[in-house]
Design a protein around this ligand. Structure first.
Ligand code: AMP
Ligand code: MN
Ligand code: MN
Ligand code: MN
Length: 278
């Protein structure tokens, strides 16, 4: 069953450009039937999004995208259909968020050393939710100074792992993230798997561990995936017995490769993760 489901996107509660209300409005305008708002490590936008979704007749799944450290790489796990008031989940997310501002100060110091100044203040000003200041806000600030043409170039030169502004950070463990999601009644989905810098062996270890601790889905169609990567991760979904998700990972116009609800369809033989919700 193909429906226009978009199960991963961001609002101003983390590093998206649109308020939760405007995310839902844009999704409705793009004929999205089932939407999940999945801000980074924070569920503070869900109630607002639910209100607008009810008004516009969009089905909204409460969601979250949890930052995880696995084999020193940052991996993202999306939780879909969570109870966003679950106490263990909320405490877990708070612990994940707690190091962000400190990390941002370290990033700013590292960028100072690389000759780019004032980035902590600049990025914090751009973050509607300063507790969630992240690399996207740093990138936008640096673009606003005229130093770099666009966000992806800033990542390429300064903010990607191994670049001068990158700071190692320990996020949640994979097991904890999946446990919080499941404890809140949600389905854990491995986000944009093609984005991780893992060897084939390491990727297989991630998948094995993810399934062993209760992960159930994987983004096969993701904003950051090429067609070839979709083919690759469709095969992985089959081999590991994972439900397939379709995800724009929309952050805002001009910054995302695909708009809300405009991703390609899932390969028809896969079981969509939304069969768990519709
Ligand atoms: P953070 O959680 O602060 O480390 O930031 C991660 C966010 O940075 C992602 O969710 C994206 O929004 C953004 N991001 C990461 N890598 C890139 C990239 N190569 N180009 C553009 N945005 C990126
Ligand atoms: Mn983001
Ligand atoms: Mn992500
Ligand atoms: Mn995302």
């Amino acid at each position: 069953m193909q429906i226009n489901a978009d199960l991963h996107c961001h609002s101003t509660v983390s590093d998206g450009w649109l308020t939760p209300t405007d995310v839902v409005r844009r999704a409705a305008a793009n004929s999205v039937a089932l939407l999940a708002l999945t801000d980074h490590d924070e569920v503070g936008g869900i109630d607002e999004a639910c209100g607008e979704a009810l008004r516009l007749g969009v089905r909204l799944l409460p969601g979250v995208e949890i930052s995880v450290t696995f084999l020193k790489e940052t991996v993202h796990v999306v939780g879909l259909g969570i109870d966003h008031r679950d106490r263990q989940l909320l405490e877990g997310l708070e612990s994940v968020r707690s190091g962000r501002v400190q990390r941002a100060r370290k990033m700013s110091a590292a960028l100072d050393a690389a000759g780019i100044h004032g980035t902590f203040e600049g990025a914090s000003r751009l973050a509607r939710n300063p507790a969630m200041v992240g690399r996207a806000h740093f990138a936008r600030y640096i673009v606003s100074t005229g130093l770099m043409p666009d966000v992806s170039t800033v990542f390429q030169y300064y903010l990607a792992r191994g670049k001068p502004g990158y700071v190692e950070h320990e996020w949640a463990s994979l097991d904890d993230a999946v446990r919080w999601i499941r404890g809140a009644g949600g389905v854990a989905v491995l986000a944009h798997p093609a984005r991780y810098r893992l060897s084939t062996d390491e990727l297989h270890r991630l998948l094995d561990r993810f399934v062993a601790c209760g992960g159930e889905g994987i983004e096969v169609v993701a904003g950051a995936h090429t067609e070839a990567e979709t083919v690759k991760f469709a095969a992985i979904a089959r081999r590991w017995g994972l439900l397939a998700s379709r995800a724009s990972d929309f952050h805002g116009e001009g910054e995302s490769s695909v708009d809300l609800g405009r991703s390609s369809n899932l390969p028809p033989d896969l079981t969509p993760v939304w069969t768990r919700f519709v």
